[in-house]
Structure formats: structure tokens, C-alpha cells
Design a protein around this ligand. Sequence first.
Ligand SMILES: [Zn+2]
Length: 121
Amino acid sequence: MTVFDRLKRLLGSPDAPTSHSEEDGRGSGACKPISCMEAMARLQEYLDRELDEVSHQEAAHHFSMCQKCFPHLKLEERFRDLLHHSQEGEVCPDHLKEQVLELLAAEGGEPREGKERPPPA
Ligand SMILES: [Zn+2]
């Protein structure tokens, strides 16, 4: 099982990106590809539904296609959801986030917490 699959399970998202796309047959141009950086920059507004139609579609398209950005979207989505419900005191968003970040770190091969970092200047 890939990290991506584990993430999907962890976050309980049924709407995983697939190879299916709407590009075939449809008129192109409405959805220009955006970079991961752009997608990440739009993430908050995307979830807040504050983007205009085109920008929203572009972001949605990217998130559905990009396995790198998709987990971030689902994480943020899930995190917001948990925060929203955290008043009930039954969930622990920090724990979930930790798990997800751990998976992402494993996937990206990035150093785990605990590694020494130079203090900010
Ligand atoms: Zn991306």
C-alpha cells in the first residue's frame, strides 16, 4: 500500500483522484494548468470558497490531478472539519495532523522532527 493510499484511508476520502479527467472531449482553455505553488497558495481560499469560478476550477483540477497537493487539500479539509467538531471534545486534530505529516515526511524523505535545526536569526 502506498503512502497515498494510507492517507486516503486515514482521511477517509472517497473522492480520490483518478486518471479519469474531463479534458477529453471538452473544450480546453477553461482550466489552465497551475503549478503546485499556485495550488498551495490558493488552498485556504479554495476551502473558503473565496476564489472566483475559474480560479476555483483551476485549483480543483490541480488537486484532483496532483498526488502531491491532494493530501494537503484533504488534510486541511479534514483538519478544518475536526476543528469545527472539536468543541465536542471527542477528536484530537493534532494527533491526526501529526499522523498525516508523518506520512508526508516519509513519502518525501524529509527529516523527521528532532533533527537539529539552526535557530532563526
Ligand atoms: Zn500539485
